[in-house]
Design a protein around this ligand. Structure first.
Ligand code: HEM
Ligand code: HEM
Length: 212
């Protein structure tokens, strides 16, 4: 799929409701969990823990959905070969919408990275113990040998998550401002104008670039 080919444009149903709900619940939980861990206004991490468990549930769902869900949500759908990455990166500076049917190669990599780092964060949190005698991960007492590593990983990944989320938002702003493509509505209502071949049962209507 290159920017040069005169491919038809279609408005399609792209993101299924579960992926959209997953996304916005995940974003809310990660932001609040991160802030509660960092600021912790009450001294108790109870809210942090419960939202952290919710993130564990969300990640388990996303792994299952990445294997058996609809094609745009499947991990294999946004895993590309080296030439696709090279082509996509070469076309990124162009000031025109990519109209990609799903996560583009670079976006797909960032999704893998975000999900992977979040998984490490929630697992390390289970073993973390700041030794403040109030807050300890639920597995810290049972696996004392893991506490030091768990706490270190949990601390080290906190700024990494902040950086990845800022990059995520930066990429979305880049698409909006530089490429003239607003990706956010498709994560809300699920529909997106895309180019190239797409399954017929997903198509809502054919559109022109001007009408997109
Ligand atoms: C902590 C905050 C956030 C996290 C952890 C996060 C995480 C993710 C993940 C994991 C995906 C992939 C969705 C999937 O395939 O399951 C995604 C996609 C997306 N996110 Fe976020 N997100 C966050 C905040 C936001 C915010 C605030 C916005 C809107 C301004 C946003 C807009 C989007 C969009 C538009 C996509 C689809 C990108 C594409 O078309 O490939 N995200 N996000
Ligand atoms: C997306 C999920 C999570 C995020 C973003 C997150 C983030 C954070 C942050 C930013 C801190 C403060 C670290 C610091 O002071 O440098 C923290 C501390 C902590 N978190 Fe999490 N956390 C998450 C999930 C969990 C889970 C699931 C648990 C366990 C059930 C957990 C247990 C802890 C504990 C025990 C601390 C205190 C560690 C210490 O201050 O040494 N976290 N977390």
């Amino acid at each position: 799929m290159t920017d040069r080919s005169p491919e038809p444009l279609h408005r399609i149903r792209l993101w299924d409701p579960l992926v959209r709900i997953f996304h916005w619940v995940l974003a809310t939980c990660v932001i609040v969990t991160w802030l509660w861990g960092q600021i912790n206004p009450t001294g108790y991490l109870t809210l942090h823990f419960w939202l952290g468990y919710t993130v564990i549930g969300l990640l388990v769902f996303r792994v299952i959905w990445g294997l058996v869900g609809p094609w745009p949500a499947r991990f294999v759908h946004f895993l590309y070969g080296p030439s696709a990455y090279a082509r996509y990166i070469a076309g990124m500076p162009k000031r025109k919408p990519s109209r990609w049917p799903g996560h583009n190669p670079v976006g797909g990599l960032s999704v893998y990275l975000l999900l992977g780092v979040l998984a490490l964060q929630v697992v390390s949190g289970l073993f973390a113990d700041p030794e403040d005698f109030i807050n300890a991960g639920p597995l810290a007492d049972d696996f004392p040998g893991m506490v030091k590593l768990g706490t270190e990983i949990h601390h080290a990944l906190a700024p990494v998550i902040l950086l990845l989320v800022l990059l995520h938002l930066g990429a979305i702003a880049f698409y909006k401002v530089w490429k003239g493509e607003n990706l956010v509505p498709s994560m809300i209502h699920g529909k997106k104008v895309v180019k190239g071949d797409v399954p017929a049962d997903r198509i809502i209507e054919a559109v022109t670039e001007e009408a997109a």
